[in-house]
Design a protein around this ligand. Structure first.
Ligand SMILES: C[S@@+](CC[C@H](N)C(=O)[O-])C[C@H]1O[C@@H](n2cnc3c(N)ncnc32)[C@H](O)[C@@H]1O
Length: 368
């Protein structure tokens, strides 16, 4: 007599496992080994970032680029008057991170790194970002101390390295604006180069790099910078004086949202509107301060919209997700481009538009 087949039980629970067969499933094991690989990549990235920072700040990359014939670690240390052991460790770490090459006992700067690491005027300049990442160590310490109590801080509370390296990282944003951003705004370049002297006001101008470059790029333009951090105002004034531009470039201390915005034909904010507490009030003030046909140019990080969280997994999204830590310390957050466009439209600006200049850089504008 045969026994009937056991009835099928839909969605039956697996039989209880014996102690011998317990432990992670093959899927779990595979996922863990994938994650271990990623975690090791993060550790390697951490060391690569510090290697970049040390190499930029102590001139190691610069020295290697001056020696296309290559240098041994010992010669590199001697040339820069640095410790031999530290430089040997740096050379090996830089080799492991593929930042330098090695042949017959000599190290060479890896191909493709000259512009990102050594050319501040290049649109792909990256050493400023490297310096900023290094300078962020004090911000991490602050965050670690205040992650529970939620205390915030501001630029003037940190050492001068932080705003200085931030300005260096912003350099590439100004380069992109000047090389391709302004050309996206209909008629802007023609007006800036026209015979009628215009006034451009840069709000939250930081340490004045943008003011100097704008004045140099457009010889007919009058430029005025407003900045809320006293130390940055002093640095910006010195930069303008050193560039011999004192007759066309002026700077004042002012708190946006509180102090009035000076009259202008063009107002520019570079990586700054997201930081202001009352953004809508500042936009209102800018619109009032603009002369007829005036333009408001908002150069920003384009943080993904709510509902687009998957965009945080793109390379640009990963960088912006990290920048949000700094913004949180400063008591603000990066915003999606649409938000800046809404500010302009809500306050009566016309021809509101935007252009992506790089995956981490958008220019939003409107005219009065
Ligand atoms: C990220 S930095 C950008 C500075 C400069 N535009 C650049 O790109 O290098 C932001 C700047 O906004 C200034 N800032 C923030 N809130 C401000 C406010 N309410 N009034 C004036 N300046 C402000 C900060 O002091 C800082 O210099």
């Amino acid at each position: 007599m045969t026994t009937p087949p056991a009835p099928e039980v839909p969605n039956a629970a697996p039989p209880p496992s014996s102690p011998a067969s317990s432990g992670p499933s093959p899927q779990e094991k595979e996922a863990t080994s994938r994650q271990i690989g990623r975690l090791q990549d993060f550790a390697a990235g951490f060391f690569a970032t510090w290697t970049l920072d040390l190499g930029v700040r102590h001139g190691l990359f610069e020295c290697l680029s001056r020696h296309p014939e290559g240098l041994s670690a010992e010669f590199l240390a001697r040339e820069l008057d640095l410790d031999r052991l530290y430089v040997t460790v740096w050379c090996n770490a830089a080799y492991s991170a593929e930042l330098v090459e090695f042949k017959e006992g000599r190290f060479f700067l890896a191909e493709g790194l000259k512009a990102p690491l050594l050319e501040p005027g290049s649109p792909v300049y990256f050493a400023g970002t490297v310096r900023f990442l290094g300078a962020l160590r004090e911000a991490w310490t602050f965050l670690d101390q205040h992650v529970a109590d939620g205390e915030r801080s501001w630029w003037d509370q940190f050492s001068k390295d932080l705003p200085a390296s931030q300005a260096d990282s912003s350099r590439t944003f100004y380069t992109r604006l000047l090389r391709k951003g302004f050309a996206q705004v209909p008629g802007l370049i023609e007006r800036l180069n026209g015979p009628t002297p215009l006034t451009l006001v840069e709000l939250a101008c930081g340490r004045g790099d943008g003011l100097v470059r704008l004045a140099k790029a457009f010889p007919n333009l009058k430029v005025h910078g407003v900045e809320g951090d006293e130390r940055s105002v002093e640095v910006a004034k010195a930069a303008v004086a050193a560039a011999g531009l004192g007759d066309r470039v002026t700077i004042s201390h002012g708190i946006l949202g509180k102090d009035p915005v000076p009259a202008a034909d063009i107002v520019l904010m570079n990586i700054a509107l997201h930081e202001v507490q009352d953004k809508e009030e500042v936009v209102r003030q800018v619109v009032r301060a603009l002369r007829p046909k005036g333009a408001f140019l908002i150069s920003e990080f384009p943080f993904p919209e709510w509902g687009e969280i998957e965009k945080l997994r793109t390379p640009a999204g990963k960088v912006m997700a990290g920048v949000q830590y700094v913004e949180a310390i400063l008591d603000d957050q990066l915003l999606p481009s649409a938000q800046f466009m809404n500010f302009l439209r809500r306050n009566g600006m016309r021809e509101v538009s935007s252009s992506e200049l790089a995956p981490i850089h958008v220019l939003v504008w409107g005219t009065k």
